[in-house]
Design a binder for this molecule. Structure first.
Ligand SMILES: Cc1ncc(COP(=O)(O)O)c(C=O)c1O
Length: 357
């Protein structure tokens, strides 16, 4: 295809490449692929949703020239929105919890977005970043338009109309499994619905971090969690409209220790520096390869730039505070653990076994 010139940064959103992860593919006799969403202009997959949500709001007249976009964000949506806002002559106010990586705060500011930091707190707290953003728009609806990425189905549309079709084309229709974590669920929902229409036999897996209730929701219909995670932008404890649309065959939770291990392994072996949610995705893809391989073609997402995880995932002092071991660099025990998980558990007999001696 001839190389073209883009008229502004938003035209560079999407059409991201796909790359094989050679090391893990060799180890599992599968083909494990990464869709490089880190190569979007804002450095993350959230550029796609940001663009679609703003385009639809402009078209529907909810968002007009001179207004300011307001959104609660863990950071990546804020960066995407800052780029899109600039391209359309709009303002952006990003409301972020103060415990997210400083790298993302800096990028929102560099792209001209205004930042409002709030203390990280439970969703039930009215000061939660989500409620703060909503309140700002409710109090001044002429000035602000609230994006609401969790319930706004333009987010789903971004992935149904573009991410899914791109994957189908790049994989030439040959894909056995899709693996993804979820924040709003826009990515897994839009991609899974599109790909299942095109490849009815494809299996879709949700990989959840500790501290998130999505996996338990898939299995039991209830949001329950254990622990917490260093990953950012993923995991949730309530059912939102975007996630609700996802077509998921199975879900599992993986630990931060797996995230740390796999990020080091893939960096050392393949030169790919993953962010924390992407490392969880890749660990998930490895587990699917171990449990459903060999000879499967599996795709997951490289959600954002690895340097956005520099102060946490790649900071040994921080990892120590979370009791994570950076010396575990051999992937074989992880593979053995994943293959053990797959074996049917032997049910304990409810009655004592009679003995006949
Ligand atoms: C780094 C990262 N990975 C994954 C996701 C999840 O994407 P989605 O909201 O489409 O579920 C997000 C969302 O903010 C994110 O920031």
């Amino acid at each position: 295809m001839p190389l073209k010139v883009a008229n502004n940064l938003t035209e560079l959103i999407g059409n991201t490449p796909v790359v094989l992860i050679p090391s893990l593919s060799r180890l599992t006799d599968c083909e494990i692929y990464l869709k490089c969403e880190n190569l979007n202009p804002g450095g993350s997959i959230k550029d796609r949703a940001a663009l679609q949500m703003v385009l639809d709001a402009l078209e529907e007249g909810k968002l007009k020239k001179g207004m300011t976009i307001v959104e609660g964000t863990a950071g990546n949506t804020g960066i995407g929105l800052a780029i899109v806002a600039k391209a359309f002559g709009l303002g952006l106010l990003a409301v972020m919890p103060s415990d997210q990586a400083k790298e993302k705060e800096r990028m929102i500011a560099l792209h001209g977005g205004e930042l409002k930091l709030v203390e990280a707190c439970a969703f039930s707290n009215p000061n939660h970043f989500y409620h703060t953003a909503r309140r700002i728009a409710e109090e001044n609806p002429r000035e602000f338009w609230w994006v609401n990425q969790f319930e706004n189905l333009s987010n789903f549309k971004a992935h149904y109309s573009r991410t899914g079709p791109e994957i189908f084309e790049q994989m030439q229709g040959q894909l056995d499994c899709l693996v993804a974590s979820a924040g709003t669920g826009g990515t897994i929902a839009g991609s899974s619905v599109y790909l299942k229409e095109k490849i009815p036999n494809i299996k879709v897996f949700l990989v959840d971090p500790e501290g998130s209730g999505m996996c338990s929701y898939i299995h039991t219909g209830k949001f329950e969690k254990t622990g917490s995670s260093l990953t950012e932008g993923i995991g949730i404890m309530r059912l939102v409209a975007n996630f609700q649309k996802a077509k998921i065959d199975d879900a599992f939770t993986l630990s931060d220790q797996d995230v740390v291990m796999i990020s080091q392994y893939v960096r050392d072996q393949d030169g790919i520096v993953l962010g924390s949610s992407s490392a969880l995705n890749v660990a998930g893809a490895l587990k699917v390869a171990v449990c459903h391989g060999p000879k499967k073609r599996i795709l997951t997402f490289n959600c954002d730039l690895g340097e956005r995880s520099y102060s946490k995932l790649y900071n040994s002092d921080y990892l120590k505070t979370r009791h994570l071991d950076i010396t575990l660099t051999d992937v074989q025990p992880l593979i053995a653990k994943y293959s053990e998980d797959q074996k049917p558990k032997i049910a304990k007999p409810t009655q004592p076994t009679p003995s006949y001696h």
